[in-house]
Design a binder for this molecule. Structure first.
Ligand code: KIV
Ligand code: ZN
Length: 396
């Protein structure tokens, strides 16, 4: 594919993938996991090659504390993060849960938007600033790697957001995460916000900026890409996009957007993309939530073609109707689904694959039988074609 490369983009920029399937993803209704299930999933995430795994919220439950400890005992390579509110007791619980981790990260957050300050925290701007500095400093006394998040950051007054982030950096935060907690932002706003913060906050160039986008308007992936354009170098996401309400930025979609349009974004995630589908299926089995068929990249229909025009094109050149190879994301192959919309090309191709080489007249007759069958059933499988060829259909 010929992507127009924007001026100035030269070498791929590494983008850190921070996976929060086991924390924000697990907060999705019906998606809670046992500590043992989290260990299984964490192994798969490590194999996939994510940079950071957020394993839970230790102050919230014994199950989260146990999961954090079990994962820390087993996985040495990726950075392991846990979440805390800006509360001393939360941060102590998190520090204890990661005591044995090889690469621990404490992730602390506080709400910054007017609505959250007034109705949730009941705190003034000055109190939020004070709490930010205190909790980041407390976390830094335990570990060198501290991430700070401004909950509802995208609905916060820009100048105040910059002030809070400045206080977090001054107190020792090494990653600054600006969540679009409500999935409210648009890509233009996101790009501009990150560019503004990186440009204006003192010390911003010495830390990693991170995007954390929710999908309430279906914009989580687009907003994450826009944040990268604005200067973010870490993206937080979940497998299958699970998460609060409409979910989080879907990892498989973000990673493939960066890979397929790599020249445009000039970014590289280092993810083993062939493990995307197996990891998606593993999560789906663990939490018992099916992946919608038309889900990009990992849905059963993502590489399935039914219409005659598309199948004809695919048989001539895969690039006519596919922008990525199914094998590159972990599917065995593309699927040619035979149904009411299919044409002769795909029908005869499938028959040849099953060992039937028909003359033109025979093919016409068989095709008429196939079309009649399609009026009665949505999808025609190989066994139906065998029956058709042996005259078992329609009682012939
Ligand atoms: O969506 C959000 O704001 C969050 C933070 C707690 C990181 O999940
Ligand atoms: Zn979130």
């Amino acid at each position: 594919m010929n992507d127009p490369t924007p001026a100035g983009v030269v070498a791929p920029t590494p983008i850190r993938i921070f996976d929060t399937t086991l924390r924000d993803g697990e907060q999705s209704p019906g998606c809670s996991m046992t500590p043992q299930q989290k260990v299984v999933m964490a192994r798969a995430l490590a194999e996939l090659g994510v940079d950071v795994i957020e394993t839970g919220f230790p102050a919230s439950s014994e199950s989260d504390r146990e999961a954090a400890r079990l994962i820390a005992r087993e996985l040495r390579a990726p950075t392991l993060a846990v979440l805390s509110r800006c509360l001393p007791a939360d941060i102590e619980a998190s520090a204890r849960a990661l005591e044995i981790a090889a690469n621990p990260r404490l992730h602390v957050f506080i709400s910054t938007s007017p609505l959250h300050r007034e109705h949730k925290l009941r705190m003034s701007k000055a109190q939020v600033l004070e709490a930010t500095a205190a909790c980041v400093a407390q976390a830094r006394r335990h570990v060198d790697d501290v991430e700070f998040s401004t909950e509802d950051g995208t609905r916060t007054e820009r100048e105040f957001l910059a002030e809070v982030i400045g206080a977090a950096i001054a107190a020792g935060a090494t990653t600054i995460n600006v969540p679009d907690t409500l999935g409210y932002t648009t890509p233009d706003e996101m790009r501009a916000l990150f560019a503004f913060l990186i440009e204006t906050v003192p010390g911003a160039r010495g830390v990693v900026f991170s995007a954390h986008c929710h999908d309430d308007l279906g914009l989580a992936v687009a907003n994450s890409l826009a944040a990268i354009e604005g200067g973010a170098r870490q993206v937080e996401c979940t497998v299958n996009g699970i998460g609060e309400r409409a979910g989080n930025c879907a990892m498989e979609e973000l990673v493939m957007a960066l890979k397929v349009r790599g020249a445009w974004y000039g970014a590289d995630t280092g993810i083993d993309t062939r493990r995307l589908v197996p990891t998606s299926q593993l999560l789906s089995r663990l939490v018992g939530m099916p992946v919608q068929r038309n889900k990009a990249v990992v849905g059963a229909n993502a590489f399935a073609h039914e219409s005659g025009i598309h199948q004809h094109g695919m048989l001539r050149h895969r690039g006519t109707y596919e922008i990525m190879h199914p094998e590159d994301v972990g599917w065995p192959d593309s699927k040619m689904v035979l149904g009411r919309h299919s044409g002769r090309a795909a029908f005869s191709h499938r028959l040849r694959a099953l060992g039937y080489a028909l003359e033109d007249a025979q093919l016409e007759q068989a095709f008429a039988g196939f079309k009649a069958l399609c009026e009665r059933q949505r999808v025609v499988e190989d066994r139906d074609l065998e029956a058709l060829m042996h005259g078992d259909v329609n009682g012939e």
